[in-house]
Design a binder for this molecule. Sequence first.
Ligand code: GLV
Ligand code: MN
Ligand code: MN
Length: 418
Amino acid sequence: MSAITTRELVEIDERRLLRRLDDLAQRGALPQGGIYRPLYSPQWTSAMELVATWMKDAGLLVRRDPVGNMWGRIEGSRGGRVIATGSHIDTVRGGGALDGALGVVAGIEAVSSLWQRFGRSTRILECVAICEEEGSRFNTNFWGARAIADRLEPGEADRVRDADGVSLGDAMRGVGLDPAAAATAVRRDLDVFVELHVEQGPILEDHGPRLGVVTTIAGTAHLEITVRGQPDHAGAMAMDRRRDAFLGASAMALGIAEAAVRMGHPAVATVGTIVVEPSQVNVVPGLAKFTVDTRHPDPARRGELITQIGDLSKKIASERNLGVEIKTLRDRPPVNLSPRVGDVLRRAAVTAGIEPREMTSGAGHDAQVLTAAANAGMLFVPSIGGRSHCPEEATAAEDVVLGTRVLATALRELAYQT
Ligand code: GLV
Ligand code: MN
Ligand code: MN
């Protein structure tokens, strides 16, 4: 087998691509701005139906798998292992129009354009809208990619619940899926998975060029820190006798951010949620519980950061006469993507006259989980102002088009071998 040698950038239907991104952004649009498409919600179902329509319109064989990932397929003339592209359809609460959506819409555009222009591929070519990546509804994430990669935990669908107490399994039943069949979403026939995504940070915009090829995705640890003090009367208890759990948590949050700053880029640490109890205006907080999301592409450095977070939290707790418990909610190691797929993406970018930046991703992606099932690679396009996970998330139309054409060009090399 020899690879396609014509080095021309594949044409796509730019207007269709941009219109579809706008259409998808209406599904789950919030009145106050931003988008929310939680897993198995009506907004999610409506987005998935739209995606299935586009796949069918392109003449693809469409199939919803047992966890709700939507696949569209071209049967290759020579069969063999599958070349797949896509991303996720769910969003964070108040998220933007591109995180996940770009890879889904661009994947469909790339595959349909290849089919229209070059006919049947030699390899089987599939695009996929993965059901969940963000972890915004249930206390779990990468549900769709983990199902594909055979990484679901036994009993997970019954154990995991949303904020209203609805189990993942019941939510599946609500959209006509059987949780008992979740494990059968596994794919053992994938060769390659390519994901186009917005960078979600400022590097490409600040330093260029307009394309990045991801080599490593940072490991993420999620911690839950519970600080225990003593509830007291906000008017009567003297300041020097209080054991204020919220003040302890605040000192810890500042210390945690400082630890990441001291370690330097690309170390990050974020306190993204906090609850206090009893949460009353006239009561000194007796309990504060907060989460920490901390990431680094180097496992040793990430380990050091986690140790520092633990040490400083205990020190602050002891200075303030507070109790502290630290629980690890999630711990995902950094993941290297496939150099072979990275090379294909690089060659495709060069076809567009751009030597792409090799970069690490601070954000988590389906591709990192799919390294367990395929040779996975990622292409980044710039995010305006580096903004993401917010309503302002945006990428210049010409970069959306460029990324999609480069994706299509890479898929042509992978799936149209002679
Ligand atoms: C998902 O976007 C994550 O990186 O947490
Ligand atoms: Mn994403
Ligand atoms: Mn995201």
